[in-house]
Design a protein around this ligand. Structure first.
Ligand code: ADP
Ligand code: MG
Length: 707
């Protein structure tokens, strides 16, 4: 293998990290047991250093070192950093892989990746034979995929002699956590050893504000308040960088705009307390940001300039920015929660937990004493903030994960070794959905379709629509839609009202080009128009579309197409024929995947969902169908946004006949029956008996209807 030039690591980079003094003991500890828990304060060097130590100790001679991250940005950023520290070009010896973006080669030795990617690898190779070490990082975040990986690795490697048979080197599993629960983790992994990296954290003085109290949990007024507090810190506190916690891209961009505007008016001769401070550098940090911009975050600001990073929760533990002395904490976070009111997973802005607030505050005390300004009051702390963050596995849909487990041969998904078990009803919900999608049969066994579905890194409904379109021989209409729905928001929403008006007009015009009454078709048409235009980036600019998002959509579409082509080689790939017009075909394919998201016109402007929940929903103003709802009867939607009302977004009209045969599936299944089959294999005899009973029942119903 040709090695790129290795530069000497800068002493200032490596010397002071707490992990540095434990190098040989750590390497020893990894060698000595199958499972090892490593814990240490955020920023002590776990993520960036341990893989390098193991690399140096020769672990890569017989396999790769894999490190998982719950967040894609963290995987990318850290890989960049480590490649740089080791003096390698990114994507060669050190690389990363996240969904739809693989920056590795055959020869990659240190591979950072999202936990979702490793889970896919387990699917293809349950023994992880390519690896010599697997490091599950940021386990305290308790992401769904990391929790599942923990259970799987425990299951497979609890008996290391058996699991390591045929491997060149026994697999080592390291579990890293910034805080807490190390005893629980160790107990879960057969009382494995725990390595504590002692660290020092300086005192952080926390103060409460007055702007947000228990009544403000749903308002967004906190953005303004956060900006105000950050500016106060800038003008009245001594030098030192500021880290502001908000919840998402839109908010962060808005806050940055406000900060720019206000910072312009500061007169540094009179307004600032610390005379060495002569300017403010404002930097956003969120998941879907371009990576070159992200790099700037870590660079020290020019002399005399104070850096102010406005970030999502990613800066709480995944990424450490040096030089932070002040924290401004909004008290909120964006979280994916299962909403039982609408029966769907929804990204919601919710109050953070107290432990999360402590973690945020701690970021100010890494290298010297710091201060944390909480904009919420003590009452909000006491009444609205839970003690700990609930693990994702206990609050989101498990559909995709249950299918993955089933494909891995874990038939009894209820008694799988979970670190914290999800509620049984969530597992039942997932089984029910998989059954409705025909991904599992009544016995809870994966069907042929289920085997195809698991190959796509998409929501099962979307996958189902793609497969349907492919079976009709027209994947070209659905792959772009799936890609467009898998990337960040493509529509630019300018802050200025004048621009906003123009953007709205452009977007509406794009909608009517595709027939005017179908948001999915609009996505398809934007994809096609942009792709076929002479200068796609200029086309985007003109139409107020994010070029970067579209570029990702192009790449995602190619990757989905590759997966599909691979699956179509199988002799059992379904083929169907269709004689109707193209428009109908398109919407029917969507129905195959989204029949769980169907709503029928109700009173006034409201629609009523047909999934058994019967929730009242409204069409979101961003939809082309908004204000045309009076002509609509049945609609189908991609997702839901909950504010004061429940809105459905990305909508298209359908006909009842198209879902008539699918809707009963939403109700016919008895979840307890499914869970019973999930617990124990049913014999063929029992199944035949049961199926006969069902057939008789249906026949009875049919003859009753006729009569
Ligand atoms: P841990 O995983 O223990 O939280 P990390 O290994 O992420 O710690 O970070 C160790 C040190 O490396 C921190 O001081 C952090 O600031 C620095 N660091 C990490 N990534 C970068 C980067 N991209 N640029 C500059 N410094 C970085
Ligand atoms: Mg880390």
């Amino acid at each position: 293998m040709s090695k790129s030039r290795r530069s000497e690591p800068k002493e200032s980079d490596l010397e002071p990290l707490p992990i540095y003094h434990h190098k040989s003991k750590l390497v020893r500890a990894v060698k000595d047991s199958t499972f090892l828990v490593v814990t240490g304060e955020t920023g002590c060097g776990k993520t960036t250093q341990l893989p390098q130590y193991l690399h140096e100790a020769g672990f890569c001679k017989k396999g790769k070192i894999g490190i998982t991250q719950p967040r894609r940005v963290a995987a990318i950023t850290v890989a960049q950093r480590v490649a740089q520290e080791m003096g390698y070009a990114l994507g060669r010896e050190v690389g990363y892989q996240v969904r739809f973006d693989d920056c590795t080669t055959e020869d990659t030795e240190v591979k950072y990746m999202t936990d979702g990617c490793l889970l896919r690898e387990v699917l293809a190779d349950p023994g992880l034979s390519q690896y010599s070490v697997v490091i599950l990082d940021e386990v305290h975040e308790r992401s769904l995929n990391t929790d599942i990986l923990l259970g799987l690795l425990k299951k497979v490697f609890s008996n290391p002699d058996k699991a390591n048979k045929g491997r060149r080197l026994p697999l080592k599993v390291v579990v890293m956590s910034a805080t807490m629960e190390t005893e629980k983790l160790s107990a879960f992994l057969g009382n494995c050893p725990v390595f504590v990296i002692p660290g020092r954290i300086f005192p952080v003085k926390c103060s409460f504000g007055s702007a947000v109290g228990p009544k403000e949990t749903e308002s967004t007024g906190y953005v303004k308040e956060v900006v105000k507090v950050a500016l106060d810190v800038h003008t009245s506190e001594m030098a030192g960088d500021i880290l502001v916690f908000l919840t998402g891209q839109n908010e962060i961009e808005r806050a940055c705009d406000m900060l720019y505007e206000k910072a312009e008016t500061i007169d540094y001769r009179y307004d600032v307390h610390d005379r060495t401070v002569e300017g403010l550098l404002i930097l956003p940090l969120y998941g879907s940001m371009p990576t070159d911009q992200q790099r700037q975050i870590f660079q020290p600001p020019p002399r005399g300039i104070r850096k102010c990073v406005v970030a999502t929760n990613i800066a709480a533990t995944s990424l450490t920015i040096n030089g932070i002395k002040y924290i401004v904490d909004s008290g909120f976070v964006k979280q994916l929660n299962h909403n039982s009111r609408v029966g769907l997973d929804i990204l919601e802005v919710v109050p953070i937990s107290k432990s999360e607030a402590e973690q945020r505050a701690g970021r100010a005390g890494r290298t010297s004493a710091g201060k944390c300004f909480r904009i919420y009051n003590k009452e909000f702390w006491e009444k609205c903030m839970p003690e700990y963050t609930i693990p994702e596995i206990q609050r989101t849909s498990l559909t995709a994960v249950v299918l993955t487990l089933k494909c891995l041969g874990v038939h009894d998904v209820i008694r799988f070794p979970y670190l914290d078990s999800p509620e049984e009803r969530f597992i039942l919900e997932a089984l029910k959905q998989l059954y409705q999608f025909d991904a599992i049969d009544r016995r809870g066994r994966v069907t042929k379709l289920g085997e195809l579905m698991v190959e796509f890194p998409l929501h099962p409904g979307l996958t189902r629509a793609v497969l349907k379109a492919s079976s009709y021989g027209c994947p070209d209409v659905m792959l772009p839609v799936a890609a467009m729905l898998s990337v960040e928001n493509i529509f630019i929403r300018p802050g200025h009202p004048e621009n906003q008006k123009e953007a709205d007009q452009r977007h509406r015009a794009l909608g009517s080009k595709s027939g005017g009454m179908n948001d999915f078709a609009t996505l398809l048409s934007i994809f096609q128009l942009c792709k076929s235009s002479e200068k796609p980036s200029a086309w985007c600019k003109e139409n107020w579309i994010h070029w970067r998002a579209l570029k990702s959509a192009f790449s995602v579409e190619t990757q989905l197409r590759e997966i599909l082509l691979r699956l179509q080689q199988r002799s059992d790939f379904p083929v169907e024929s269709f004689d109707g017009n193209k428009n109908e075909l398109f919407r029917r394919c969507l129905c195959a995947g989204y029949f769980t998201n169907v709503a029928r016109r109700s009173i006034g402007k409201a629609f009523c969902t047909m999934d058994g929940h019967g929730s009242m929903v409204h069409i979101h103003p961003s939809s082309a169908l908004f204000e045309n709802e009076k002509d609509l009867d049945w609609v189908m939607f991609h997702d839901v946004l909950v504010t004061s009302k429940v809105y459905i977004r990305t909508v298209c009209p359908i006909r009842y006949e198209w879902v008539k045969d699918l809707l009963p599936k939403l109700h016919e299944v008895d979840v307890y029956e499914l869970s019973n089959v999930a617990r124990e294999e049913v014999t063929d005899e029992e199944m035949a008996k049961w199926e006969n009973k069902e057939a008789a029942k249906r026949q009875q119903e049919a003859s009753a209807e006729e009569a």
